[in-house]
Design a protein around this ligand. Structure first.
Ligand code: TPP
Ligand code: SF4
Ligand code: MG
Length: 297
């Protein structure tokens, strides 16, 4: 008799992201939420500033999420989460994990003051930035997380983004918070494991999660996970963690990096780039990878 193939689940079966959400097909931000909530469980409260996720969840009183949500102003994710945590403690709830959940625009740009303040005070919150590298919810405007060379509606083809992506990980390391990590929706076990590990840790914990957006990247929805994996395998997005701003650990080593071209050519937002432009991106990627590897060694 032919042996039946079975798939072993490495993440818990319980889903806190329900079906019927409002995201586009192939949205990486939904996978990020799914993995993080599997690690945190239902006793979680999210502060969500203006971003795709404030829409994805659905219109009140409906919600696709099995956890509480506080929709806050764009620039206030970390401040709102700090206040919510203090309020919960005042009423004797020390069990609920408070999470600020923002996009790259709400984190790298408009929410950075609140985030920096919360990190400096070492507020007892988890901050998750799902990074889709632009202001997607309002129609694909450039953010400081947008990579060099990308088209967006505010960096049109003739004037594509000519500045590098802001190094938010270095900025957070400078705050010497107890824990921070990069992660990717293509490596759910790594993301799950790291969130679970620091769930009970006190103080500010920051996650920078790479989450492709087919609508904004002009990529195929079925390529979302492939692109996220390629971003790691080309070393464009290294996966590492930092404790107290000092102890760097590489979580996913890439022994033979793939050329960045493999990643770039799958996305319409980079269609205008010529070979010399891609060569520049390759050189910058190699430089940053060397620096991260040295920090982790
Ligand atoms: C103070 C303020 N400025 C601008 C907006 C408009 N706005 C809402 S969502 C958004 C884009 C958010 O981008 P990001 O944080 O990267 O999340 P994404 O939409 O990509 O998921 C903008 C500009 C707003 N709601 N409030
Ligand atoms: S625009 Fe991008 S991030 Fe927003 S819901 Fe669609 S795929 Fe997800
Ligand atoms: Mg964004």
């Amino acid at each position: 008799m032919k042996k039946e193939k079975t798939m072993k689940l490495s993440l818990p079966e319980e889903e806190l992201v329900g079906s019927g959400h409002l995201a586009c097909q192939g949205c990486g931000a939904v996978l990020a939420m799914r993995d993080v909530l599997k690690a945190l469980g239902p006793k979680t409260a999210l502060c969500i500033p203006a971003c795709c996720w404030s829409v994805i969840d659905g219109p009140f009183p409906h919600s696709t999420l099995g956890v509480s949500i506080f929709h806050c102003a764009f620039e206030t994710a970390a401040a709102s989460a700090s206040g919510l945590k203090a309020g919960l403690e005042m009423v004797g709830d020390t069990e609920t994990t408070v999470v600020a959940w923002g996009g790259d625009g709400g984190t790298f740009d408009i929410g950075i003051q609140a985030l920096s303040g919360a990190a400096e005070r070492n507020e007892d919150i988890i901050y998750v930035c799902y990074d889709n590298e632009a202001y997607m919810n309002t129609g694909i405007q450039r953010s400081s997380a947008t990579p060099y060379g990308a088209w967006t509606t505010t960096t049109p083809v003739k004037h594509f983004k000519n500045r590098p992506k802001k190094d938010i990980d270095a900025i957070m390391a400078a705050h010497r918070i107890p824990y921070q990590a990069t992660a990717s929706i293509a490596y759910p076990e790594d993301l799950f494991k790291k969130v679970k590990k620091v769930k009970e840790l006190k103080g500010t914990r920051f996650f920078h999660v790479f989450a492709p957006c087919p609508a904004g990247w002009k990529s195929r929805p079925e390529d979302t996970v492939k692109l996220a994996r390629l971003a790691v395998q080309t070393t464009l997005f290294p996966i590492f963690e930092v404790e107290n701003g000092e102890k760097y650990t590489l979580n996913i080593n890439v022994k033979e990096p793939k050329p960045v071209k493999d990643y770039i050519r799958l996305q319409g937002r980079f269609r205008h780039l010529k070979d010399p432009d891609i060569e520049l991106i390759q050189e910058e990627t190699n430089r940053r990878w060397d620096r991260i590897r040295k920090l982790c060694s």
